[in-house]
Design a protein around this ligand. Structure first.
Ligand code: ADP
Ligand code: MG
Length: 254
């Protein structure tokens, strides 16, 4: 069997005296979609930030495509990654946030080509050609020259997804990508995410969109209080949750 795309083993993270992640174990195979559910404050964003090298673990191990997050293996010895190594590992992970964080002074196209040109040193011509393909893929071919302020929230989020994809990530992390959107704009973003999943992208999606999780997820993980309470196929976790905490949470969000 090939190495899973993401493995978390006993992942722990504290801020000051409060332990936010209290031993998270999960595995995501290549091409799989994991939907991460849980009440506010349960540690979902912190977990994604750990995967994306934005937080340092206090315990446990995380690996992305066989490489340890934060460390380089040298025989049996682990060395902490240097900033440059962290940057190069992070370049393989795309992250989409609740707020879109587009560069306001750049057009949609300029937002998408920025990292490939600056980080990857791609030629502008190649980056533009690829960006046009990606904007088309997210349904925004005609908005290439629009500035974020001229786009709806759903359109901005789709540009943000195209911008992440421009770095050819092997893993995409989504942190409540539709939570800041007006309800009528949620569907267009979920459609793009559904297509991305169908194309074989490995994805970890923090979301309260239970319909999306039911339809797209291979695996649903319900977290509460920094631990995984329950995980399994959507049919089990969402339809026949075994734990009271999962039942009560689903009762509130559905
Ligand atoms: P979720 O995404 O599930 O809502 P978070 O991972 O954002 O949860 O947060 C979990 C807890 O960790 C919250 O109580 C939050 O206040 C705390 N927390 C998150 N980031 C920090 C930080 N940088 N410093 C201190 N506390 C933090
Ligand atoms: Mg969060």
């Amino acid at each position: 069997m090939s190495t899973p795309m993401l493995v978390a083993e006993g992942v722990r993270k504290s801020f000051g005296d409060s332990e936010i992640l209290r031993g998270i174990d999960l595995t995501v195979g290549h091409g799989e979609v994991l939907c991460l559910l849980g009440p506010s404050g349960s540690g979902k964003s912190t977990f994604l930030r750990c995967v994306n090298h934005l937080e340092r673990l206090d315990g446990g191990l995380l690996s992305v495509d066989g490489e340890l997050v934060g460390y380089r293996r040298d025989g049996d010895v682990l060395h902490e990654l240097r900033p440059r190594e962290v940057a190069s590992r992070r370049a393989h992970i795309g992250m989409v946030f609740q707020r879109f964080h587009l560069f306001p002074h750049m057009t949609a196209l300029e937002n998408v080509i920025e990292a490939p040109c600056r980080v990857r040193k791609q030629s502008k011509q190649a980056a533009v050609a690829r960006a046009r393909e990606l904007l088309e893929r997210v349904g925004l071919a005609d908005k290439a020259d629009s500035y974020p302020s001229q786009l709806s929230g759903g359109q901005q989020q789709r540009v943000a997804i195209a911008r992440s994809l421009a770095m050819e990530p092997k893993l995409m992390l989504f942190d409540e990508p539709t939570s800041a959107l007006d309800p009528e704009l949620v569907g267009e973003v979920l459609t793009v995410m559904r297509d991305l999943a169908a194309s074989g992208m490995t994805m970890v999606v923090v979301t309260h969109e239970i319909g999306f999780a039911r339809e797209v997820a291979d695996q649903v993980v319900f977290m509460d209080g920094g631990v995984v309470v329950e995980s399994g196929p959507p049919d089990e976790v969402l339809t026949r949750p075994r734990h009271e905490r999962t039942k009560s949470f689903l009762g509130k969000v559905i």
